[in-house]
Design a protein around this ligand. Structure first.
Ligand code: SAH
Length: 222
């Protein structure tokens, strides 16, 4: 496993950690590899405001600056499980929207390699620093527009969006390997559904999942 080093940046207490894991299980996150990744990655370390560290193991999104949020743990777990589909590893993953790097870190435990793109340079720099401090080395970072993907590193087994475009960008589908899966929120600011698109040998198969609420996927790089 690639995210073993923790440098003593532990959870606030064993009790907090156990409650956090118990709640994820109660919500239906049952895949041992996913729970193990949650066990290893200290979420409070991804929340820049120390005043909010005590809320880091609640099932809520929290602000990370630049009007963005670290995703809710349940949603991180759900998307990671949907990406795994019962397999034990994820292969090559493209993540659009690094944000704090929390989901990136969870994915890094399960993936051979994670390629992550963020449009806000300062968020990307902080995320990179956090993951390197945690000893996570199987991640490549790119400051750019996720709508374009990262064709030079594809095709990907998994493409995961952490912000919502109005529809699935075709350019991203093109970077998916055959048998690969793209998943993420799609819709308007008010109304979004989780969408799964599987690439088959002769096209794509899409299915709609539950209603979700993510920040919108934007175009300009800042
Ligand atoms: N999974 C992240 C969630 C971050 S919120 C975490 O756990 O912290 C979604 C992120 O997507 C934001 O950081 C936002 O800046 C980024 N984003 C939005 N549109 C983007 C685009 N076109 N390309 C890359 N990143 C984008």
């Amino acid at each position: 496993m690639s995210c073993e080093t923790q440098l003593g940046i532990g959870f606030t207490s064993d009790r907090t950690r156990q409650r956090f894991l118990d709640r994820l299980v109660a919500q239906g996150i049952v895949e041992p590899a996913v729970l193990d990744a949650f066990k290893r990655i200290p979420r409070h370390y991804f929340v820049p405001d120390p005043a909010l560290h005590s809320r880091a193991y609640d099932d809520i999104p929290l602000p990370i600056g630049h009007h963005q949020t670290v995703s809710q743990p349940y949603i991180v777990g759900l998307m990671t499980e949907m990406a795994l589909r019962g397999a034990s590893r994820l292969g090559r993953v493209l993540e659009i929207g690094t944000g704090s790097g929390y989901q990136t870190a969870v994915l890094s435990c399960l993936a051979d390699k994670v390629y992550t793109i963020e449009r806000i340079g300062e968020l990307l720099d902080s995320a990179r620093e956090r993951l390197l401090t945690l000893g996570i080395s199987n991640v490549e970072y790119r400051h750019g527009d996720g709508y374009l993907g990262w064709p030079g590193r594809g095709p990907y087994d998994v493409i995961l969006l952490t912000s919502a475009p109005p529809q699935i960008p075709f350019r991203l589908l093109q970077q998916l390997a055959v048998k690969g899966r793209l998943l993420g929120p799609v819709g308007t600011k008010q109304q979004q559904r989780l969408v799964v698109a599987d690439r088959t040998s002769d096209g794509f198969k899409e299915s709609l999942g539950e209603a979700v609420r993510f920040v919108p996927m934007l175009k300009e790089i800042v």
